[in-house]
Design a protein around this ligand. Structure first.
Ligand code: B1M
Length: 233
C-alpha cells in the first residue's frame, strides 16, 4: 500500500511543461505553497520568462480559484490558502519581474477606511487583484483621507479601492470621494468599493464606479474597468 502511494507521488521536475502548469493550477487550488514554490523554480530553471510563469502558471490558476469562489464552490478559508500559495510564488517572481521591467496590468491603491480595523476581506481582494496581475499598494486598516491622498499621489494608480465592514465606517468612503472631487482629482481614478454592509445603491450614492460583492468580482471588475478606460483614452 505504502509502495503504491509512493508510486503515485508526483515528481514535479519530471513533468512536461504543460503537465507541470496544469499540476500547479491544481496545487494553487489546494493551497500548496511549497509545491507552488517548487513549480515556479522548475519553470524558471527551464528558461521560462518570469512573466510567462506568472501568467500561465499562477494567474491562470488563480482565475480558476476566483471562478469557483464566485460560484460558491470554494469558501474563504480555501481562497486564503490559495492566495497564500500564490503569494509564495509571487515572492520568487517579483524581483525578477522588476528586473525585466514587465508591466503590471494596472496599479491599485487599497485600504480599509478610517475607524475600521477589519482587513480579512480587504486582504483577500488585494491578493486576488495581485493574482490577476495588478500591482497592489495596501494601506492597511484605519486609513484616513490624507493617507489615501498621499498614496494616490505617490503611486498614481488606475484604481482606488476602499473596504468597510461597519455601517458606522462605510460613510467615510464618501468623505474620501468628496475630497477627491473638491481637489478635482475624482476623474483620475477608477473607484471600487466593497464590504459586507455595502450594496450597489450605496456605491452609486457616494459616487464610486463600482460595488464589488466579493474578491472575485473585484478582480473581474478591476480588469474590465481598466480595459474600458484604456480603450476610451
Ligand atoms: Co467585527 N463586525 N467588529 N470583528 N466582524 C462584523 C463586521 C459584524 C457584522 C459582526 C456582527 O455583529 N454580526 C459587526 C458589524 C455590524 C454593523 O456595522 N452593521 C461587527 C462589529 C460590530 C465589530 C466591533 C464593533 C465589535 C466590538 O468591538 N463591539 C469591532 C469593530 C472594530 C473596528 O473595526 N473599529 C469588531 C472587531 C472585529 C475583530 C477585530 C474581532 C475581527 C476583525 C479581524 C480582522 O479583520 N483582522 C472581526 C470579525 C472577524 C468580524 C466578522 C465576524 C467577520 C468579518 C470577515 O472577516 N469576514 C464580521 C461578521 C460577518 O461579516 N459575518 C464582523 C470574511 C471576509 C472574507 O468577508 O470582510 O465581508 P468580508 O469581505 C468580502 C466582501 O465583503 C468583499 O470581498 C471580501 C472577500 O470576498 N470586500 C470587498 C470586502 N472589502 C472589499 C473591497 C473591495 C471589493 C470587495 O474593493 C476595494
Amino acid at each position: 500500500m505504502a509502495e503504491e502511494l509512493l508510486d503515485d507521488e508526483i515528481v514535479l521536475a519530471e513533468l512536461s511543461d504543460g503537465d507541470l502548469t496544469a499540476q500547479m493550477h491544481d496545487d494553487l487550488y489546494d493551497g500548496l505553497a511549497d509545491e507552488i514554490v517548487e513549480g515556479t523554480e522548475i519553470l524558471l530553471e527551464r528558461g521560462w520568462d518570469p512573466s510567462r510563469v506568472l501568467n500561465d502558471a499562477l494567474v491562470a490558476g488563480m482565475r480558476i480559484v476566483g471562478i469557483d469562489f464566485r460560484d460558491g464552490i470554494l469558501f474563504v478559508p480555501e481562497v486564503l490558502l490559495a492566495a497564500n500559495a500564490m503569494k509564495a510564488g509571487m515572492a520568487i517572481l517579483r524581483p525578477l519581474l522588476a528586473e525585466t521591467g514587465a508591466q503590471p496590468i494596472g496599479k491599485v491603491v487599497i485600504g480599509t477606511v478610517k475607524g475600521d480595523i477589519h482587513d480579512i476581506g480587504k486582504n483577500l481582494v488585494g491578493m486576488m487583484l495581485e493574482g490577476a496581475g495588478f500591482e497592489v499598494f495596501d494601506l492597511g486598516i484605519n486609513t484616513d483621507v490624507e493617507q489615501f491622498l498621499a498614496a494616490l499621489d505617490e503611486h498614481k494608480p488606475d484604481i482606488l479601492g476602499m473596504s468597510a465592514l461597519l455601517t458606522t465606517t462605510m460613510p467615510y468612503m464618501k468623505v474620501v470621494i468628496d475630497t477627491l472631487i473638491e481637489k478635482s482629482l475624482r476623474e483620475e481614478y477608477i473607484i471600487i468599493v466593497g464590504g459586507a454592509p455595502l450594496n450597489e445603491e450605496f456605491s452609486e450614492a457616494i459616487g464610486a464606479d463600482a460595488y464589488c460583492r466579493d474578491a472575485a468580482v473585484a478582480s473581474e471588475t478591476a480588469e474590465r474597468l481598466v480595459a474600458q478606460r484604456r480603450a476610451a483614452a
